[in-house]
Ligand binder design. Structure first.
Ligand SMILES: Cc1cc2nc3c(=O)[nH]c(=O)nc-3n(C[C@H](O)[C@H](O)[C@H](O)COP(=O)(O)OP(=O)(O)OC[C@H]3O[C@@H](n4cnc5c(N)ncnc54)[C@H](O)[C@@H]3O)c2cc1C
Length: 377
């Protein structure tokens, strides 16, 4: 049984039905339904789905180049090949398509609001409803009742990003604006006939994020559509217990630096369903996810270092475009984040130092010129 028919739930149900398991997928909403999201699909998320045999038709635009701007600087980075870096879509269509893939494999969809799960020795039941299953995959998003009712975990403020999304006019380039929000960033993702645009930041600073959105919406003509949280703390908490296994946002598996959740939704669904074959699926799932959880842990540490000093880091990035290029390649999954981090451990401080030296050279030159009464042309 899969609770929630968003991307992580539908891919879990697709894979489970494909393996021949009798699969029930439940959602409290009928599809298509709205879900707050930027609608950005990284190359790695797309490619992962392709590897599972799903070729997405609802993608609307493909962007090879990404513009990152802020603090008076701009960097353009492009994917290393002919392939796109980020494609864009509308979640209503995308999620409906993924659910269709699950149903196409034989999963049964039912509209039902789940109030909680009860674990028993021989299986899992739903609170107040006579539905039973051998396993429950919790794919019911950020405020997962499956996770809460089975006592697997709860979030703290540091685990959550708050994000507001809206519609904006068509825009030439896929753009990240790193000074749009005090504890996060703004985005403009052009699609077919318009753009998805918004800002995100720490949930503990949600008032600042709302004020940032006000400014951002005036600047780029954005009409607010919705807001929601992105949970990123799953790497430090259990993601399964007994017969209940959590995937996607329910497990808190979004990228703490970018808020990307789709790749992790697909990847966790894949590892989760494959672990059902084992004697102890919960341990096997933790084991299979170890690499991903380690990567997310490192990204959380990087967030703590980078985000409060974004101006400082972004200026260094801008003065050393190879850092920005490699960072982008990690974000779209073409370069491992751990590789980037160890490569950058020497280069990033060097770039910062070089920038600081250049600034003090300029200051010194200004002082000398002022002293001699001479002025640069
Ligand atoms: C503003 C914003 C922008 C974002 N932009 C991006 C982006 O550009 N790219 C990216 O990769 N990620 C982005 N994310 C993150 C991404 O949206 C999530 O990581 C992704 O939706 C997780 O998928 P999921 O299936 O785990 O959960 P969800 O998509 O939240 O699906 C959960 C499903 O469970 C159902 N449900 C919930 N409770 C119950 C219940 N009690 N009973 C039955 N059904 C229930 C819901 O109706 C829903 O259909 C963004 C998030 C936000 C908030």
């Amino acid at each position: 049984m899969v609770v929630g028919a968003g991307p992580s739930g539908s891919i879990s149900a697709y894979l489970s039905a494909k393996k021949g398991y009798k699969t029930l997928i439940l959602d409290m909403k009928d599809f298509p339904r709205y879900k707050a999201c930027g609608g950005g699909v990284t190359w790695r998320a797309y490619n992962f789905l392709r590897g599972l045999g799903i070729l997405i038709r609802s993608l609307e635009a493909y962007h090879r180049e990404v513009l990152i701007r802020g603090f008076g600087e701009e960097v353009r980075v492009s994917s290393d090949s002919e392939e796109f870096a980020v494609a864009t879509m509308e979640r209503e269509k995308f999620d409906e398509e993924l659910l269709g893939e699950a149903i196409g494999q034989g999963a049964e969809f039912r509209r039902l609001k789940v109030r909680g799960v009860i674990q028993r020795e021989a299986g899992v039941g739903l609170n107040g409803i006579g539905i039973k299953a051998r396993y429950a995959i919790g794919a019911d998003g950020a405020y997962s009742l499956t996770a809460n009712s089975s006592g697997i975990r709860r979030w703290s403020d540091e685990d959550l990003i708050f994000a507001i999304e809206g519609r904006a006019p068509p825009h030439d380039e896929l753009t990240f604006i790193v000074d749009a929000s005090p504890s996060g960033y703004g985005w403009i993702f052009p699609r077919g006939g318009d753009s998805n645009a918004g800002v995100g930041g720490a949930v503990s600073r949600s008032r600042d994020v709302m004020m940032a959105f006000e400014r951002f919406s005036k600047l780029y003509g954005v009409r607010m559509v919705g807001s929601w949280v992105i949970p990123t703390g799953g790497h430090g908490k259990p993601i399964a217990r007994g017969r209940v296994l959590l995937v996607g946002d329910s497990a808190g598996l979004a990228d703490p630096l970018t808020g990307e959740g789709l790749y992790y939704a697909f990847r966790s669904a894949y590892e989760c369903v494959n672990s059902l074959e084992s004697e102890d699926p919960a341990s096997s799932y933790h084991e299979r996810m170890r690499d991903v959880l380690d990567e997310l842990k490192l990204k959380r540490m990087a967030r703590r270092i980078i985000v409060p000093r974004m101006d400082f880091f972004f200026r260094a990035f801008a003065s050393y475009p190879e850092i920005a290029r490699r960072y982008m390649l990690t974000s779209i999954g073409k370069l491992d984040f751990r590789e980037f981090w160890s490569w950058g451990l020497l280069r990033i401080p060097r770039a910062i130092l070089r920038r600081a030296l250049r600034a003090s050279e300029r200051k010194l030159l200004r002082m000398i010129l002022q002293g001699t009464g001479d002025h640069p042309r």
